[in-house]
Design a binder for this molecule. Structure first.
Ligand code: HEM
Length: 437
């Protein structure tokens, strides 16, 4: 027990060895148990850091918003620099503020609306290629679809073989992710040959994305802003890092959101019927447009409930750059702070029957009836996800288009098991059979 750090009665310390082992074996259970046993603030004293898990929305708000200047990204994202370089996810301080402002126009609402025909056309192309009765891994299918959308929207073209190569590299990096938990110096990991290969392949795809003189013909927004920005002159290295970040962050999380949504819908046929009826009524035979988004409230609730129950970003880390105090606990400079969407989104204080998939709960749980940070799938504060509106728009368009055309049935009749890595992936994919309606 480290009482000098903890002054509130509800905060307690827990054994470092047990916590680290449980984090290695099953991080979702490790964080949930830590929260259950220790309350709103849990403290673990490891050999390298003081670690705090904050389990109250007000304390999460302190880290992400009110005291955000006291924190930088945690060790996992700092290591992600090995792959991503100095992109928007990984840079800090004034450089982050300046570059975020310079890139923000690519994510304004009207720009996102201009992406929606690309989203709809791409989704329609992918789902029209399926055969009735076909068994497939919906997680793989959604990765291909959302990568296609991201590359066409942000860069206007798709380099040869990009889908397969990005998929394979991402699988390698996800497989190697547990290594990031080991106490190796950050630089050591780049010497793993599989890591080096995956990273090199991602770089060569990014170079092709950026180099193509025709890139950005279809939708000029992002690539144009990287090349000729009125506020910031990006170096070639910065352009590469930003492009790689947008390629990866812009498709993987949305693909997982859609894969998990179909896992839920395949196991809840009655909800699938409701979604189909809404898509039929609103779209009829035509393609969805940006204006349809607000007329598809059930699709929106499905997306929201999926983000609650299976948040693709399941935990985030920060490191305190100076000592600070949160909820009566004293955090020395250098402390690692964990906040977990998985833990908070399953908290029975805010969600009745938290394990159940109930899209209709959002009819009566409004954003105002729960604290702001009881639901934070996209983070918050100045580091909030820049692609949130893009993700909502894409997810609703894809769900509606798919529901209009296909019945999706679970192969096993059981929900897929979550496997937490960099993101929350389904352990063995989402195995389904699609049947034409
Ligand atoms: C369901 C889909 C998505 C989820 C759940 C998600 C989640 C998140 C979260 C939690 C963060 C904050 C990370 C932190 O503070 O440590 C973040 C940041 C970010 N996301 Fe997303 N994201 C999604 C889609 C997207 C899309 C579509 C894009 C690109 C268009 C994108 C690009 C980014 C970038 C560049 C950042 C860093 C922003 C900054 O620090 O200024 N994300 N995302």
């Amino acid at each position: 027990m480290h009482t000098s750090l903890l002054t509130t009665p509800e905060s307690k310390s827990t054994s470092a060895a047990r916590f680290l082992w449980e984090m290695f074996v099953n991080p979702l259970d490790a964080l949930t148990n830590l929260a259950r046993e220790n309350g709103d603030i849990a403290h673990v004293h490891t050999r390298r850091h003081e670690v705090f898990l904050l389990n109250h929305p007000d304390f999460i708000e302190q880290v992400l918003v009110k005291q955000q200047g006291n924190f930088v990204k945690g060790p996992a994202l700092q290591r992600a620099r090995l792959v991503l370089g100095e992109g928007l996810l990984t840079i800090e301080g004034d450089a982050h503020l300046e570059q975020r402002r310079a890139l923000q126009p690519a994510f304004h609402r009207h720009t996102i609306e201009s992406y929606s025909p690309t989203m709809a056309a791409s989704a329609q192309r992918h789902i029209s290629a399926w055969q009735s009765g076909q068994q497939m891994d919906m997680a793989e299918a959604m990765m291909r679809l959302t990568l296609d959308v991201a590359l066409r929207s942000f860069f206007g073209h798709i380099p040869e073989g990009a889908g397969e190569r990005v998929g394979a590299s991402m699988r390698t990096l996800a497989r190697l992710f547990p290594l990031s938990m080991l106490p190796l110096p950050a630089g050591a990991k780049k010497f793993f040959p599989a890591f080096r290969r995956a990273s090199r392949d991602l770089n060569s795809i990014t170079e092709a994305l950026v180099a193509n003189p025709n890139s950005g013909q279809a939708q000029k927004a992002l690539i144009q802003l990287l090349r000729e920005n009125p506020h910031v002159q990006f170096s070639d290295e910065q352009i590469r890092s930003h492009a790689l970040t947008f390629m990866l962050a812009g498709h993987e999380t949305t693909a997982l959101l859609l894969a998990w949504a179909w896992d839920m819908l395949a196991n809840h046929p009655e909800m699938q019927c409701t979604l189909q009826a809404e898509a039929d009524r609103v779209l009829g035979d035509r393609m969805p447009t940006a204006e349809d988004i607000s007329n598809l409230p059930f699709a929106r609730s499905v997306v929201k409930e999926t983000l609650r129950l299976r948040p693709p970003a399941w935990a985030m880390g920060r490191r305190a750059v100076k000592e600070c105090e949160i909820g009566g606990a004293f955090l020395p400079a250098g402390s690692v702070v964990l906040i977990s969407q998985w833990v908070m989104h399953h908290d029975p204080r805010y969600y009745a029957s938290p394990e159940e998939f109930r899209p209709e709960r959002w009819d009566y749980v409004s954003e105002r009836s729960i604290p702001r940070f009881a639901f934070f799938p996209f983070g918050g504060g100045s580091r909030v996800c820049i692609g949130e509106t893009f993700a909502w728009t894409e997810a609703i368009i894809v769900l509606a288009l798919m529901a209009r055309r296909w019945n999706v049935r679970s192969v096993s009749g059981q929900a897929a098991r979550p496997k937490p890595g960099i993101t929350l992936r389904p352990k063995n994919g989402v195995q389904v059979v699609v049947e034409k309606r």
